[in-house]
Every structure is written in structure tokens, then in C-alpha cells.
Design a protein around this ligand. Structure first.
Ligand code: FDA
Length: 498
């Protein structure tokens, strides 16, 4: 409520925010969570909370009047269409050189993502977070994160026969014939539920084209895991459709947090202030970075250091498709949940997930999202004239990612006698090099903050989300974001709370 005083305020309800809220509440601290997106607990006019990926509607995009699907074209036909402006679930946030996709709503990115829950190879961890004790991460915090998120693995025997994973089996065959390591990838989707979908005994979600704009069943988002546990403590309150716009030191100690309440067309309907003893920035890499550069530049938090806004990367994301021969159909039924990847990280700097194209028709296409070791890093800065944060990323900076992904797909194409698809991302465009699903960095651990996420310059301000990770996680990032949050909040509770 306006004018309230709270011991802990958490900005955002994604992975970092949910971990912080649960552990603080378990330690006896009352927590107020602020989330700019909706709570996604009420069915729409079709009786479902979330629409399918193939039929986007008003619920699909954050305050856009036209959809911006990651696959913009198919067989030459543009997919995007006009939709009413609404506080929908997926934000395609445009910066000068890149579109950053993010989840909006209670649960953050866990609402929209594919649920691929990957712990990085230990040998690669030092490059990701060099100041963090890897023994502690692999002995304690990665296992804690995997348990808390409900991570599981597909049954390999079922995989070998399920119609809905023919696309992955084709991906495996082609990877192995070219000599690449191929691996199953764990996921938070309930694999037993998916078996029931396939058997026709449960309402279909992964097998009914649900992904990107939410899953009505099967996927364990944070709402089913960390946030459910947090709510059960009775100490966590969540305000949805509330957006934090400022944080500054309060006269009597603590911080004054300014919050706009918005309606479903994005208009501000009320402005509130809350005083918080401690504030946790968990608005995601982009949300936290944008807030911090604004607060430093506008004088609300002038003592933040010069690392704020820096070290941002896109986890080397690049997408491509391959055109298979007629004897390698990928199946008209495709589970929306990826379950496998091609690992050429050490030799070529690329890890490619074999991704579905759940169109409902046979496409003879193999589709991949690669995570690559792209070394480029960008910076957020505050533009006082426009009143907006800008990101210095340039589209050309994806070139290393394309080269790294080609170490896999050029070889497979040459071995199989196949070619790249040129119709998926616009006319004659092989690579989707204009987006990321995995924004990371902007308030890097041990640079903008100390080694546990305490922001330099202010006691009681913390960063606890993907902004801490310096631009690349070597794999899909949310398990690492969760594990790092578990590590940091344990330390903060032990040493900073009275
Ligand atoms: P996250 O973005 O989850 O949460 C931040 C929250 O803060 C959001 O809910 C946002 O609305 C809110 N917020 C922002 N600014 C605010 C403000 N000023 N006031 C109030 N609230 C504010 N990763 C992975 O490991 N495996 C996968 O399979 C995938 N797949 C995937 C697919 C797609 C389509 C996307 C978009 C992303 C993925 N990801 C993924 C990435 C993963 O979802 C992402 O890394 C995490 O959600 C990031 O977690 P954070 O806690 O950093 O922020």
C-alpha cells in the first residue's frame, strides 16, 4: 500500500527475485514483491490462461500493436499480425542493434521459456563466474537450484519411440553422423505429464503448441515451485501490474521506492511510494541495468560505481534452420519442449539446442538455437534527452556467433548434402542474428557489486538476477541464475540481517 514501510522489497518475480523472496521469508523477513507484468491466473475468453504459439492474440505481447514472432516468416509468408495493445506475456524489447525477448508477469522468464535447465560443465564455470568458489556451487547451490526448480530428464526409452520427438531424433542422427557430441538436456517440464499427453490421457500443452506465450499445463514455472513455496510462508506479498521507477535513500534510513501502478493498456493509474530497509534488484538483466543506469545518472543513486550498465551480453544466441531431404521428415507433431543439444563448445564455441518447429505440418526442416562463445559485450547508458536507457549492442557483433554456429551446421550440411533454410527469418536470411532470449550482465558480480551482489556505494541494495552474470553462461542461463541467487542470499541472510 502507498506509504507503507517494509523490511525487504524485491523488484521483479523471475528466478533471482523468487529465490530471494523464498529464502528471506523462511528466515522470518516479510517481503513485498513488485512485478510490472500480470499475475496470469485468470482464463481469457477462450477458457485458457495462455494462447498457443501458432495463434498469438492480445495476451501474447507486452504493449505491442503487432506481434513480433522470433520466426517472422515461413515458406515466404509473414506470420506477424495486428493485436490489441495489452500487458501481454512476452516482451520483444527493441534496442538499436538487437531485440531482447523477456517474460512479463508473476514468474518472469519462467512463464515463457522452454524450461531447458542446464548446469554448465564444471570446466567452463571459471570463465562464467571467476570470483565464485566452484566447489560450493557444484556441491551445494547447483543441486539446491535443480531441486527447487523441479528439474528432470526425459525417459530415453520413451524418447526413442515418441512421435513428438522425431525432430530431435533426426537432429541426433545428423549430429552423430558428423561426429558431434549429442546430449539430452534436462527440463522443468513434467515428463510424466508429457507421456500422458502423448497417450491422450491428459490435456495437451507441449503437444498442443503451447510455448513462448505460456504453458497451460505440464511446465513447472516459478509459480508452481519457488513462488508457491514463498506464498506458503505467509510472509510474501506480490503486487502485479506495478512498475518500480525509482529507488533513493530515505531520510530516516532505508530506501524510498517509487512505483507506478499500470492498467492493461500500460497507462499509469496511480503512483505510490514505499519505504524499504533493503531493496533487491531482480528485474532481469535488462530491467535491473536500465533502472541502475537511470538512478545513477539522474542523481537518485549517484554513488553507484562506473561498472553499472557494463558487461552486457546476449549469451551468443543465434538461430538457423536446415532443409532436410524428403527421407528425413521431422514430424508434423512436435513437442514444444526441446530435449537435446549438440555440444561443440570446446572445439568450436557453440552449443546448439535442437528446437521444435511446432507448425502442425511436415516441414522437412531442422531448427536450432545456438548458444555461442561470442566475446562481444555492450553497455547500457542513460540518454537524458530521450529519458530512456540505450544499449550499445550492434547487429554486426553477432558475426562471431554465426562463425561458431557454422562449425556445427556447415559440417552437417556437407555430410548430409543439405542446405540452410532461407525462408524463416525474412527473405533469403539464413541466420536470425537480431535477437536474444538470454540477456545477461549489466551489474556484474564483483564489479558493480561485491562478490555476493551487494551494490557498491549503498548498504542494503542488492542485485540478485541475470544482471550479475557477465554476458555469457556457456549454456541456457536460468539454472545458473537460480544457483547464484541461492548462494548470495544465503550469505546475505547470514551476515546482513539483524
Ligand atoms: P526475469 O526476466 O526472469 O524476471 C524479471 C522480472 O522483473 C520480470 O517478470 C519483469 O516483468 C520484472 N520487471 C522488470 N522491470 C521491472 C520494474 N521496473 N518493476 C517491476 N518489475 C519489473 N533460459 C534457460 O535457462 N532455459 C531455457 O529454455 C530458456 N528459454 C527461453 C525462451 C524464451 C522465449 C525467453 C524469453 C527466455 C528463455 N530463457 C531460457 C532465459 C530465461 O528465461 C532468463 O534467463 C531468466 O528468466 C532470467 O531470470 P531473471 O531472474 O534474471 O529475470
Amino acid at each position: 500500500a502507498d506509504g507503507a514501510r517494509v523490511p525487504a522489497l524485491v523488484i521483479g518475480t523471475g528466478y533471482g527475485g523468487s529465490v530471494a523472496a523464498l529464502r528471506l521469508a523462511q528466515a522470518g523477513v516479510d517481503v513485498q514483491m513488485i512485478e510490472m507484468g500480470m499475475s496470469w491466473d485468470t482464463p481469457g475468453s477462450d477458457g485458457k490462461i495462455f494462447p498457443k504459439v501458432t495463434t498469438p492474440d492480445y495476451r501474447s505481447f507486452w504493449l505491442r500493436t503487432r506481434t513480433k514472432a522470433p520466426l517472422s516468416n515461413f515458406l515466404g509468408f509473414p506470420i506477424d499480425k495486428d493485436v490489441p495493445k495489452y500487458t501481454g506475456i512476452l516482451d520483444a524489447e527493441d534496442f538499436a542493434g538487437i531485440t531482447v525477448y523477456q517474460g512479463r508477469g508473476v514468474g518472469g522468464g519462467s512463464l515463457v521459456n522452454g524450461g531447458m535447465a542446464v548446469t554448465p560443465k564444471r570446466a567452463n564455470f571459471a570463465a562464467v563466474l571467476p570470483s565464485v568458489n566452484a566447489d560450493e556451487m557444484y556441491d551445494t547451490y547447483y543441486p539446491r537450484a535443480n531441486a527447487g526448480l523441479g528439474v528432470g530428464m526425459i525417459d530415453p526409452a520413451w524418447f526413442d519411440t515418441a512421435d513428438c520427438y522425431q525432430f530431435s531424433r533426426v537432429g541426433r542422427k545428423h549430429a552423430q553422423r558428423s561426429g558431434f557430441a549429442w546430449t539430452f538436456v534436462p527440463d522443468v517440464y513434467d515428463w510424466d505429464y508429457m507421456k500422458q499427453e502423448a497417450a491422450g490421457t491428459a490435456t495437451k500443452s507441449a503437444l498442443a503448441g503451447e510455448i513462448l506465450y505460456g504453458n497451460n499445463h505440464g511446465k513447472k514455472s516459478l509459480v508452481q515451485t519457488y513462488l508457491a513455496q514463498a506464498k506458503a510462508t505467509g510472509r510474501v506479498a506480490i503486487s502485479a501490474l506495478h512498475k518500480v521507477t525509482s529507488v533513493s535513500p530515505a531520510a530516516g534510513g532505508g530506501y524510498t521506492v517509487t512505483i507506478d501502478q499500470i492498467n492493461t493498456t500500460g497507462d499509469t493509474v496511480a503512483t505510490k511510494t514505499v519505504t524499504a530497509d533493503r531493496v533487491f534488484f531482480a528485474a532481469g538483466s535488462v530491467g535491473t541495468s536500465k533502472l541502475l543506469v537511470k538512478l545513477k545518472a539522474t542523481g537518485a543513486l549517484p554513488n553507484l560505481n562506473g561498472e553499472v550498465g557494463k558487461g552486457w551480453g546476449e549469451n551468443g544466441n543465434v538461430m538457423c534452420g536446415r532443409a532436410n531431404h524428403m527421407w528425413d521428415p521431422t514430424g508434423k507433431l512436435q513437442s514444444t519442449i526441446p530435449c537435446s543439444g549438440i555440444d561443440n563448445w570446446d572445439a568450436g564455441g557453440a552449443f546448439a539446442e535442437v528446437a521444435p518447429l511446432p507448425t502442425g505440418i511436415e516441414t522437412y526442416a531442422s531448427f536450432y538455437l545456438s548458444i555461442t562463445k561470442n566475446p562481444n559485450r555492450a553497455e547500457f547508458t542513460w540518454n537524458a534527452a530521450t529519458g530512456k536507457a540505450e544499449l550499445s549492442w550492434q547487429t554486426a557483433w553477432k558475426q562471431p556467433s554465426i562463425s561458431m554456429a557454422k562449425t556445427i551446421f556447415d559440417k552437417i550440411n556437407s555430410k548430409e548434402g543439405t542446405i540452410y533454410r532461407t525462408d524463416l527469418f525474412g527473405a533469403n536470411k539464413i541466420w536470425n542474428d537480431t535477437l536474444t532470449y538470454h540477456p545477461l550482465g549489466g551489474a556484474v558480480l564483483n564489479k558493480a557489486t561485491d562478490n555476493y551482489g551487494r551494490l557498491h556505494g549503498y548498504t542494503g541494495l542488492y542485485v540478485i538476477d541475470g544482471a550479475l552474470i557477465p554476458g555469457n553462461a556457456s549454456v541456457n542461463p536460468f539454472v545458473t541464475i537460480t544457483a547464484l541467487a541461492e548462494r548470495n542470499i544465503e550469505k546475505i541472510i547470514a551476515t546482513d540481517l539483524p
